[in-house]
Design a protein around this ligand. Structure first.
Ligand SMILES: C=C1C[C@]23C[C@H]1CC[C@H]2[C@@]12CCC[C@@](C)(C(=O)O1)[C@H]2[C@@H]3C(=O)O
Ligand SMILES: O=C(O)CCC(=O)C(=O)O
Ligand SMILES: [Fe+2]
Length: 353
């Protein structure tokens, strides 16, 4: 948990790649946030938006099969009947909005440090793009208490309690999804249960993180980018989006497909670590967020990955059919996070055999 921070420590960032714009006082879109090549990009996407992602009921007796097929064909699905209490989701959402509504100078008290991974700041992928995104984020790994105390020294519990509860519930849901996905892929019990792997705290726990995302309503939405196209580093990500649209996934031969929000459902997407573990069968899905001219958008992402020293490898986990060769070199989770932090989307190519 806290240990995921450790993987980012070797990749310090400059402050101008951490501090978000004060969106509340931005009356027009600054040139630093205007993406020149966007027009084409945006129109192409929308014209192909007729298809929609698979919807899956977790209680479906065929859940394993339909989730496997969705991961293979789409890399993303909407999950219903997930059993995360709606009032908890709403409370997390409410606390996220309460944080982002604070004056800029208050939010900066929880600013991510240059060598850190948690706290308030722009998206981690920002240094790879010449323009800034219309986005601010808040990253939590392990206990949120230290961060929340910086903002609400005596009254941090209303923020922390729901976040900690959400971490527990999401971890439980992630374990269920992991079993379904790994069973579908015939991944061995050893690999499935992270046997022999630990993180630096000595526990064999998964690496997890919560990312609160805010995309304020934008004075010039056609020239702004909410979150630039990226794949997640995780095994998979569980996303909750409240009711403003903007998320799109890229599907081969279709283009950008909108993922319409249903506040009672969750969206699950595949990440790079699953891409490697499945030997490229479950490709990590490219996605982005477009912004809105009238309504702000909020989302909560939960990233789930194996422990830091887990060896991510198709050659030893049972996925390879007879005669099939591994397409990627084996790497630990920590090594892969390091490669991604330095090379972004080239990281997968760098370990391709
Ligand atoms: C546990 C994670 C996963 C991170 C890094 C770290 C904390 C924040 C996550 C995000 C959230 C926003 C998109 C992304 C691409 C980014 O810029 O920061 C994600 C990234 C990743 O999936 O690599
Ligand atoms: O806001 C969203 O819907 C997407 C967030 C996202 O892609 C991320 O946090 O990695
Ligand atoms: Fe993402």
């Amino acid at each position: 948990m806290v240990t995921l921070s450790e993987a980012y420590r070797d990749h310090p960032l400059h402050l101008h790649h951490i501090i978000p714009l004060d969106f509340s006082s931005a009356g027009t879109l600054p040139e630093t946030h205007a993406w020149p090549e966007l027009d084409d990009f945006a129109t192409n996407g929308c014209s192909n938006g007729q298809k929609s992602i698979p919807v899956i009921d977790l209680k479906d007796p065929n859940a394993m099969e339909v989730i496997g097929i969705a991961c293979e064909k789409w890399g993303v699905f909407e999950l219903r009947n997930h059993e995360i209490p709606l009032n908890l989701i709403e409370e997390v959402d409410f606390q996220a909005k309460r944080f982002f509504a604070l004056p800029s100078q208050n939010k900066l008290k929880a600013l991510r440090s240059p060598g850190g991974a948690t706290g308030y700041g722009v998206a981690r992928i920002s240094p790879f793009f010449s323009k800034y995104m219309w986005h601010e984020g808040f990253t939590i790994m392990g206990s949120p208490v230290d961060l929340a105390k910086r903002i609400w020294p005596n009254d941090y519990a209303p923020f922390c309690d729901p976040m900690e509860n959400y971490q527990k519930q999401m971890k439980h849901l992630s374990e269920q999804l992991k079993h379904l996905i790994f069973n579908f892929l015939d991944i061995s019990n050893e690999a499935k249960n992270w046997v022999g792997s630990t993180n630096s705290s000595g526990s064999g726990c998964a690496c997890t993180a919560i990312q609160l995302n805010s995309y304020p309503s934008c004075p010039d939405p056609n020239r702004a980018m909410g979150l630039a196209p990226h794949t997640d580093t995780s095994l998979f990500t569980i996303l909750h989006q409240s009711n403003t649209n903007g998320l799109q996934i890229f599907k081969d031969e279709v283009g950008w497909v909108p993922v319409n929000p249903d506040p009672t459902a969750l969206v699950v997407n595949t990440g790079d670590i699953l891409h490697i573990m499945s030997n490229g069968r479950f490709r990590s899905v490219l996605h982005r967020v477009m912004v809105n001219g009238t309504r702000p958008r909020y989302s909560v992402a939960y990233f789930y990955s194996p422990p830091l020293n887990y060896v991510v490898s198709a050659s030893s986990n049972g996925v390879l059919k007879s005669g099939e060769l591994a397409r990627f070199h084996s790497v630990t989770v920590k090594e892969y996070i390091g490669l991604k932090a330095k090379n972004l989307e080239k990281a997968l190519c760098l370990i391709t055999i």
